[in-house]
Design a protein around this ligand. Structure first.
Ligand SMILES: *[C@@H]1O[C@H](CO)[C@@H](O)[C@H](O)[C@H]1NC(C)=O
Ligand SMILES: *[C@@H]1O[C@H](CO)[C@@H](O)[C@H](O)[C@H]1NC(C)=O
Ligand SMILES: *[C@@H]1O[C@H](CO)[C@@H](O)[C@H](O)[C@H]1NC(C)=O
Length: 444
């Protein structure tokens, strides 16, 4: 607890430092009577209430944990690393913890309490595997000879959310495989985004532990594994795949931006995580402009939907713009929910529809990403896909389970409707969608 309070104070100081961008401060002060001291006061009072909530949560967890065996007890904790039984150590130095990434240490595996819900065509009801010392599949319908999918949710979600069940159904509708829904609600439902972002490392290790168990004891192959994650879950998927090694595919659905964008690739989803990595970008804007998704390319195939920043049919969130990463801590959960809704969640709606609907395809048209290097405080659309030739074979890739079968790699623009079903009517590769892209100026 002392560590936690210490952290809260540290964050306060960092928050103060981070909201004083050299370029913006002079302007802000004159135009809106901006006052660093009033900011500090309000920042500290909201940090106090966040801290108070955290103390409650810690007390509650401690009470419930007291009655069961602590399976993943801390075996070592220093300033530089924290180590747990079974899942090992986590480095708490750069690049995991830096001035621009002021994250607390990950919570314990016991309090995050990852669970795996297994579904197959043989068994419609779920088989739950708790993250115990032994990961037992006894009595399940898991078949190591088949493909295996892991679905991983993000911030403020849990494995019981409806969208995960829909994605699971879409996959089982097309593939006779094993689908694990990964529930890490105990680490994701935390008003402190920075804490949830840190907890992702523990979840990645837990998935990797199950993945390796499936390979070593149940005849599964890493190349037949496909890990699919939304938001923070996209980075978890990358960590898990890296730890398993040689995983066939990772799909990031609007990978989270805050705390990951433009930082060391070690901390985020990247091309080296799996044999094939693809990503859907639906809310790729800076946090300060109400974006929650990562803007930079992270994959072999990066799809930018409708320009990648905001999605058609989504209202602009009415949330007050956070001015820094640490500001996120003081936003109420309702505001956070609004911030991460609509455009950010469109990624999994489209991916699910792309798998379920075999007659209409979401074609990606090759584009060049305008600017790779991000100018954080400067401009809005840091990366808008622009101008590319007509859609020829080798220049088009569809969203879906068969994306890797198409040879083209790079960044791709996709146009969708504003409502479900999002897929625009069946057309040829050079048909209606190309016309739409042309109107929007993405292709010649
Ligand atoms: C802790 O438990 C108390 C009583 O069960 C409950 O009222 C409170 O909301 C809980 N706090 C948290 C943060 O879960
Ligand atoms: C993979 O996970 C194990 C523990 O589960 C850990 O000891 C090891 O350091 C991890 N490897 C990498 C590359 O993260
Ligand atoms: C596939 O998408 C098209 C276009 O959106 C839609 O008209 C059709 O009903 C969808 N089919 C299925 C099976 O969902």
């Amino acid at each position: 607890m002392c560590r936690r309070l210490g952290f809260a104070l540290l964050v306060g100081v960092l928050a103060a430092a981070l909201v004083l961008p050299p370029a913006a401060s002079a302007q802000d002060e004159s135009s809106s009577g901006w006052n660093p001291f009033s900011f500090l006061r309000s920042s500290f009072s909201s940090l106090r209430s966040t801290a108070a909530r955290s103390f409650d949560a810690v007390k509650n967890t401690t009470l419930s944990v007291a009655h069961k065996v602590v399976r993943f007890a801390v075996v070592r904790s220093t300033e530089d690393e924290i180590c747990y039984r079974i899942i090992g150590c986590f480095n708490l130095k750069a690049p995991w913890f830096t001035l621009s990434r002021p994250l607390p240490a990950p919570k314990s595996p016991d309090s995050i309490n990852v669970e795996f819900f297994l579904y197959t065509r043989e068994s419609a009801s779920r088989f739950t595997i708790p993250s115990d010392v032994e990961l037992s599949l006894q009595g399940s319908t898991f078949d190591g000879a088949k493909r295996t999918f892991f679905l991983v949710h993000g911030f403020l979600n849990s494995g019981n959310d409806e969208w995960m069940a829909k994605l699971k159904d879409a996959i089982l509708g097309q593939v006779d495989g094993n689908v694990f829904i990964v529930n890490w609600g105990g680490g994701a439902i935390d008003p402190n985004y920075l804490q949830a972002a840190s907890n992702t490392r523990v979840v990645g290790r837990e998935i990797a532990r199950l993945g390796r168990t499936l390979i070593q004891q149940h005849g599964a192959a890493a190349k037949d594994m496909h890990i699919i994650g939304h938001s923070l879950g996209a980075h978890i998927s990358g960590y898990a795949a890296r730890n398993i090694t040689n995983v066939g595919r990772v799909t990031g659905m609007d990978p989270a931006g805050p705390g990951f964008e433009a930082l060391s690739r070690t901390v985020r989803l990247n091309k080296n995580c799996a044999t094939f990595v693809d990503a859907l970008h639906t809310n790729a804007r800076p946090l300060t402009q109400l974006g929650f998704g990562i803007m930079q390319t992270v994959a072999h195939v990066d799809f930018y939907l409708n320009g990648g920043e905001f999605q058609p049919g989504c209202a602009t969130p009415s949330v007050e713009m956070p001015s820094s990463l640490t500001d996120l801590i003081s936003l109420p959960v309702t505001a956070l929910n609004e911030l991460v809704s609509c455009s950010h969640t469109r990624s999994y709606h489209v991916f699910t529809e792309a798998i379920a609907n075999t007659t209409c395809r979401f074609w990606g048209h090759k584009t060049s990403v305008a600017r790779q290097r991000l100018k954080w405080r400067k401009s809005v659309a840091a990366e808008v896909p622009v101008k590319e030739g007509p859609c020829r074979s080798g220049k088009c890739v569809p969203i879906g389970l068969d994306t890797p079968d198409f040879p083209a790699r790079g960044s791709f623009a996709v146009v969708t409707g504003s409502d479900s079903p999002y897929c625009l009517q069946e057309r040829s590769k050079d048909g209606q969608s190309l016309e739409q892209l042309r109107i929007l100026g993405y292709v010649d």
